[in-house]
Design a binder for this molecule. Structure first.
Ligand SMILES: [Zn+2]
Length: 363
């Protein structure tokens, strides 16, 4: 899922993988407080509810690290782990195409929750009250209830993620298992269809039981299944095509010492959503038009373009396979990829170019 990092807050980083909290995540806490107040709970119980939500998300983060660290083992980096009210999303820079790798990367997430369930659950049920009495005066209820909750949550996360609703983990397990025996596009089509059926089931369940979170998951699954089927189909259509045949050669470019006022003028007279900033003819950075507008509003008209940090995205060369560029563009957080040859930007690549190319070359 692509999300510009401005929409989220970086919490911490582990092995180079940033954990981000989406702006909507605190809404979940607000929702918990409001619904707890509605149920007539006192402050202590509301605090407990919030604590429980945070416990769930700690387990979700560990689950996502299961995916991310296994992917890293196969040389696939993870851009970040984003926490949304409906769960976590690890943005791998690419989905492994080898069925065995996809299967292992996918299994690693639920495996973390199963491990926590067993490691915490077995002593909990074997030794019960004796093992976890930390405060004999207050009694075991508080911490025991929390430990019981941790076991339940991890068992729940384990089972829930195994539902074969592609692109949820269970659906990925289905897709990669099918891909051992058949073509990957066909395997994805089957998994996506099964995923959509589950998504509709989630939506119906959300209405029946008045559970908006299940509804959101249903929408996420439905659109996620379509998007990923589309991605796999597009990539198949692009096998053997090089960036040079698909890239856009007319694009907006400005030197690094141009003023922000000049950029704003060009933006009004027909600029793009992103400008390629060059330094002595070589690629320097991309600047989004939102950043130009923000700089204008901050009264920085006379400053140079290089004062805007912008971004240096992954680039392609003329003979990069379009399939690889498409994969990076699809999971990336920037809508455009510069095509660089001998340091110079010779074109740009956008997802729209690729769709148009496929439409024009349909047989
Ligand atoms: Zn997962």
């Amino acid at each position: 899922m692509a999300a510009r990092s401005q929409n989220s807050l970086a919490l911490f980083s582990f092995k180079g993988i940033k954990v981000l909290m989406h702006w909507s995540f605190p809404l979940l806490i607000v929702w918990v407080v409001i619904s707890s107040l509605g149920a007539g709970m006192d402050a202590r119980h509301i605090f407990q509810q919030i604590l429980y939500v945070l416990v769930v998300f700690c387990c979700v983060v560990m689950h996502e690290f299961g995916h991310a660290l296994t992917a890293l083992h196969f040389g696939i980096r993870t851009r970040n782990i984003l926490l949304l009210p409906i769960g976590g999303v690890a943005s791998l820079e690419r989905i492994p195409e080898k069925p065995a790798q996809e299967l292992l990367v996918t299994l690693a997430g639920p495996a973390v929750n199963l491990a926590i369930t067993l490691l915490v659950g077995i002593p909990f049920f074997l030794f019960g009250n004796n093992a976890f009495v930390t405060d004999p005066i207050k009694g075991p209820t508080g911490s025991l209830a929390l430990i019981g909750f941790i076991v339940t949550v991890n068992l729940g996360l384990f089972l829930f993620n195994l539902i074969p609703a592609f692109p949820m983990d269970g659906g990925r397990i289905l897709r990669s298992s099918l891909a051992f025996a058949m073509d990957r596009v066909k395997a994805t089509r089957i998994a996506a269809t099964v995923g959509k059926v589950f998504a509709i089931g989630f939506l119906l369940a959300a209405f029946k039981w008045q559970q908006p979170m299940i509804g959101l998951i249903g929408l996420f699954v439905y659109f996620g299944a379509s998007a990923e089927l589309n991605m796999v189909t597009v990539q198949r259509a692009l096998v053997g095509t090089h960036v040079k045949n698909v890239m856009r050669t007319r694009f907006w470019s400005m030197p690094h010492d141009a003023t922000i006022q000049q950029a704003a003028d060009e933006l009004l007279s027909g600029g793009d959503h992103v400008v390629v900033v060059t330094r002595d003819g070589s690629f320097d950075r991309l600047v989004h038009r939102a950043d130009i507008i923000a700089a204008m509003q901050a009264g920085q008209q006379l400053q140079q373009m290089q004062s805007i940090p912008g971004i240096v995205p992954e680039s392609a060369s003329l003979f990069t396979e379009v399939k690889d560029a498409h994969q990076k563009l699809s999971v990336g957080q920037w809508p455009l990829m510069p095509v660089i040859e001998s340091g110079r930007t010779v074109g740009v690549l956008e997802l729209d170019n690729l769709s148009e190319y496929i439409e024009l070359h349909k047989t």
